[in-house]
Design a protein around this ligand. Structure first.
Ligand SMILES: NC(=O)c1ccc[n+]([C@@H]2O[C@H](COP(=O)([O-])OP(=O)(O)OC[C@H]3O[C@@H](n4cnc5c(N)ncnc54)[C@H](OP(=O)(O)O)[C@@H]3O)[C@@H](O)[C@H]2O)c1
Length: 250
């Protein structure tokens, strides 16, 4: 059987752990050579070894909120891998929760910078390359909270809703260039980001009770849909928000 991403190359942000790491592993297993970006140099170096070494994986330390670092990271990925076919904008997260009336503008802005500006920086940096090649698959990580919503997370919900709107709009603009742009909206996934909820047994049970499939997702269960969206099996899918939430939003 041929591997779905054989001969392809991918840049994955936020690949040092969680969903990004699982996506890098899944894409490599599917045949892609990968560039893995995040701030944690050591975790990236270890991941490259786990992926099979420098022939097939390249570590690219980078803070996705800094446009100049993103631009250098994209250039390094293209130079090392020869080209980019797949871009996964996965870096993101929610660093705090607070009632809206006590939200500091600085907290709001840092959440938008991490979840929205980062996607914009990466897409701008890679735009010339993808348009010139006339192909590509961009996958942005949004969240099921944009549908079901959640208290004390206005900043994060607004940021991820912006990612979905951005994805649809960019998909429309880039369709003529042969570039597909899609989103994945995860539900509750067991990673560092959700470790506070995971550690609290009452909260953990409360969450499971809300999920029709009756459990948390593993990071691998977000990585497999990313491989699908990157592959030719999804060649007619663009501007889509693939909700992967175990039925949470039903
Ligand atoms: N887990 C869930 O339940 C869930 C649900 C819905 C959506 N999501 C979304 O899915 C994505 C991945 O989440 P996750 O659960 O895997 O989170 P995670 O385990 O906390 O991992 C986040 C990743 O993003 C990287 N990152 C954070 N800030 C960065 C920055 N400024 N520059 C570069 N990289 C940065 C981190 O690496 P470094 O710290 O090394 O930089 C890490 O690799 C996020 O966009 C998140 O919002 C997650």
């Amino acid at each position: 059987m041929t591997m779905p991403l054989e001969g392809r190359t991918a840049l994955i942000t936020g690949a040092s752990r969680g969903i990004g790491r699982a996506t890098a592993i899944a894409m490599r297993r599917a045949g892609a050579r990968v560039a893995v970006a995040a701030r944690d140099h050591e975790a990236l170096a270890k991941l490259v070894i786990d992926l099979g070494g420098p022939e097939v994986a390249v570590p690219i330390p980078c803070d996705v909120t800094a446009a100049d670092q993103v631009s250098a990271a994209v250039d390094a990925a293209i130079e090392t891998l020869g080209a980019l076919d797949i871009v996964v904008n996965n870096a993101g997260g929610c660093r705090f929760t607070t009632a809206f009336e006590t939200m500091r503008p600085s907290g709001w802005q840092s959440t938008i910078r991490l979840n929205v500006d980062s996607v914009m920086h990466v897409c701008q940096a890679v735009s010339g390359h993808l348009i010139e090649r006339g192909s590509g698959s961009v996958i942005n990580l949004a969240s099921a909270v944009t549908i079901r919503s959640m208290k004390d997370m206005t900043h994060y919900v607004a940021a991820k809703a912006a990612v979905i709107g951005f994805t649809r709009s960019l998909a429309l603009e880039w369709a003529a260039h042969g570039i597909r742009v899609n989103c994945i909206s995860p539900g509750w996934t067991a990673t560092d980001m959700t470790s506070v909820e995971m550690r609290n047994s009452e909260r953990r049970k409360e969450i499971v009770a809300q999920v029709p499939l009756g459990r948390w997702a593993s990071p691998e269960e977000m990585a497999a849909p990313a491989v699908f969206l990157a592959s030719d099996a999804a060649s007619y899918i663009t501007g889509h928000n693939l909700v992967v939430d175990g039925g949470l939003t039903l």
